[in-house]
Design a protein around this ligand. Structure first.
Ligand SMILES: [Zn+2]
Length: 255
């Protein structure tokens, strides 16, 4: 069982990824259709799978329910009373979000874990990785395995002419991998498009509807650690899943 979380708001570091913020908070009172046990099993599966990586670094890892409804996000925060424990929080507001899908849950939890397990070269001053790195790690080292293990009872259609399939088939060839890859790319695209429709989640750089058919032309001269515009996030997920290097829309390689 998960223990009741103990939040220290003063030290809360918001991880803004799948944040559907205050203006949307009222929708959290609508219950989503995912059973609570399913949500718990997803949390447990990710915790078990990634705990060894934390153990190697000398940490205990936990994904916990936050019973408070105050934030419509998933987040990470350091608990200074438990310096050897790294936690990811899943608040009630996020769990109850009426448009929550199993895919969104995996995407957001993998992102949060990526704040801890992504490249240490991309840590910020709080010891958490850059937003782009959290997405990149989630795509490269978390989501494919999660979807392989928790495959759909009814496989998604993999139209050989779809943009997602054409990207995936350049790297993957088994049916299982193609399913997981197409499922990832289509669900990330849908999520970024959902964010685009919410003005408060749009970045000034979000000048076009994010889509798998497009690619950001931005090239940074210094790594961006903050939140990214949506096309850049989508590009980052694509790059991670397809085992490409980190996109230059946020990452400046130093070797
Ligand atoms: Zn984040």
């Amino acid at each position: 069982m998960k223990s009741q979380p103990h939040l220290q708001l003063s030290v809360l570091i918001l991880s803004t990824i799948f944040s559907l913020n205050v203006s949307y908070a009222q929708t959290s009172t609508l219950k989503n259709s995912i059973p609570e046990e399913k949500i718990q099993s997803i949390m447990d599966a990710l915790e078990v799978e990634h705990s060894p990586a934390f153990t190697k670094k000398g940490f205990k890892f936990e994904i916990l329910f936050d019973e408070a409804d105050r934030y419509f996000i998933t987040y990470v925060n350091p608990d200074f009373n438990l310096p050897d424990t790294k936690r990811v929080w899943l608040p009630r507001g996020f769990r109850n979000y009426s448009r929550l899908t199993v895919e969104n849950l995996y995407l957001s939890l993998c992102h949060e874990i990526g704040h801890y397990l992504g490249s240490e070269k991309l840590y910020n001053r709080f010891g958490l990785t850059a937003e782009g790195e959290a997405d990149y790690w989630a795509a490269k080292d978390c989501i494919m395995n999660a979807f392989r293990k928790d495959s759909l009872t009814t496989p998604i259609a993999t139209d050989p002419n779809s943009v997602a399939y054409l990207k995936c088939v350049t790297v993957y060839n088994t049916q299982e991998d193609l399913q997981a890859c197409v499922r990832t790319l289509t669900s990330v695209e849908a999520m970024m498009q959902l964010f685009y429709k919410i003005p408060s989640l749009r970045d000034p750089e979000d000048t076009a509807f994010p889509t798998l058919s497009a690619q950001s032309q931005k090239v940074v001269t210094k790594t961006n650690y903050a939140d990214l515009f949506l096309q850049c996030r989508l590009d980052t997920w694509v790059a991670g899943v397809l085992k490409q290097s980190r996109p230059r829309c946020w990452h400046y390689p130093i070797e």
